[in-house]
Design a protein around this ligand. Sequence first.
Ligand SMILES: Nc1nc2c(ncn2[C@@H]2O[C@H](COP(=O)(O)OP(=O)(O)OP(=O)(O)O)[C@@H](O)[C@H]2O)c(=O)[nH]1
Ligand SMILES: [Mg+2]
Length: 395
Amino acid sequence: MLIGFVGKPSVGKSTFFKAATLAEVEIAPYPFTTIKPNHGIGYVKVDCIDKEFNTQCNPNHGFCVNHKRFVPIDLMDVAGLVPGASEGKGLGNQFLDDLRQADVFIHLVDVSGTTDETGKPAENYDITKDVVFLEDELNKWYLGIFMKVWKSFARKAELEGDNFARAVATQFSGLKVNEDQVKSALFKLKFSHKPSTWTNEELLQFASELRKETKPMIIAANKIDASHGKYNYERLVKEFPNMKIIPCSSDSELALREAAKAGIIDYIPGERDFTIKGNLNDRQKQALEKIKKEVLDEFEFGTGVQEILNYAVFNLLKYIAIFPAGAHKLADSKGKILPDCFLLPPNSTALDFAFFLHTDFGNNFLRAIDARTKRILGRDYMLKNRDALEIITSK
Ligand SMILES: Nc1nc2c(ncn2[C@@H]2O[C@H](COP(=O)(O)OP(=O)(O)OP(=O)(O)O)[C@@H](O)[C@H]2O)c(=O)[nH]1
Ligand SMILES: [Mg+2]
C-alpha cells in the first residue's frame, strides 16, 4: 500500500513527508524544489493490544509508545502539479507517472493563501481554485492514458464478449484498477451504449469516476498556522462539504519530531501535548510555546499529520490492523512479545491472513484462534480491526 502526496508546488508536500518520515529531503520556498519522487516510511497509529494483555510489546517494525503502536506505511512525495500538467505544463506528464502506483492521495493545499497556482508568492490567493484544478488535472491524466488505447481496446473486448470490467482492470492494472472499482464506476455512470462508441466527454466522465475509485483523496489544509490559515480552511470546508478536509501544520509537526529526536522533548505523534526534558535556549522555547498555543491547543487533531495518515489508511482505504498472536503465548521464539502488526485490505478473512503470513500457512490452514477469547474461527471469518489471531495448520 502506497500513499502519494499531491498538490501544486510550495504547498508543503516535502515538509509533510519529512515530518512523517524524518528522511532528509529538500524543502524550500520556491516552486519545483522536488523533482524526483522521494520514497520513505511513515507510520499509522494503532491502539496497541498489549495494554489489554497487561504487557509491553517489542515491535519488529515501527515502535510502540504508551501502548500506541506505530505501524510502517510507504509514502511518496512527488513534484508539484500546475494547471495544464496533464498536457505537459510545469514538469508535465512524466512525474504524473510516478503517481500510478499510489493507492490513495493526500492533497496538500496551502491555506495561507500566499502562493499562486504555480507555487509563486501571492497575496490572498483564492485557494478553492486549487482543489478544482488538481482534481481536473488528475482526471485528465487518467483520460490521456485511456485515450491512447480506448477505441481498439473497447472494440476488441466487445467482439470477444469479455467481461468488460475485468478487461478494463487488466488493461489498466498499472493504475492499480480492480474489477470491483470498474463496476462501481460503470454503475454510477449508467451509460447504455457500447464503450467503443463513448464520446470523449463520456470517456472523461468514466476516467474521472475511476480515478476517484482508485485514488481516493483527503485534503490536508496545510500551513494552518499561518495568519489566514483558519479563515481559508473554513472557506474550503464550506465550499467542498463532501470532501474530507483536515487542518494541518506540517512545519509544526516537523519541529516537534525533530525536537523529540534531539531529545529535547517527549512527543508522541498525533498528541496535543509534549513535555520538555532537555535544556532549551530562548528561541527554541518560544518556537515550541508558539506551536503549543497556536496549533496543538487550537485544533482537535494537533498538527493533523498523524490523523491525515490514519484517515487515508483506515477510513479511505479501510485497511485493518491485525496482530499475529499465539492463543496461549504472546511471544515469538525469540521471546519478543507481539512482534508484528500487519495492515490488511478490507474484507480479509482468516484464510487471507494465513496466506499473507506464508503460502504454506494458507495451503495447510486448519483454523484460527482468537487470542483474546480463545474462540475457534473458520477460514471465512471476516477479520476486524485489531484482531489478534493464531493460525493453526495441518503441517
Ligand atoms: N507556515 C508554514 N509553512 C510551511 C508549512 N509546511 C511547509 N511550509 C513552508 O512552505 C515552503 C514549501 O515547502 P515544501 O515542503 O518545499 O513544499 P513542496 O510542496 O514540497 O514544494 P515543491 O517540491 O516545490 O512542489 C517551505 O518554505 C516550508 O517551510 C506549514 O505547515 N506552515
Ligand atoms: Mg517538495
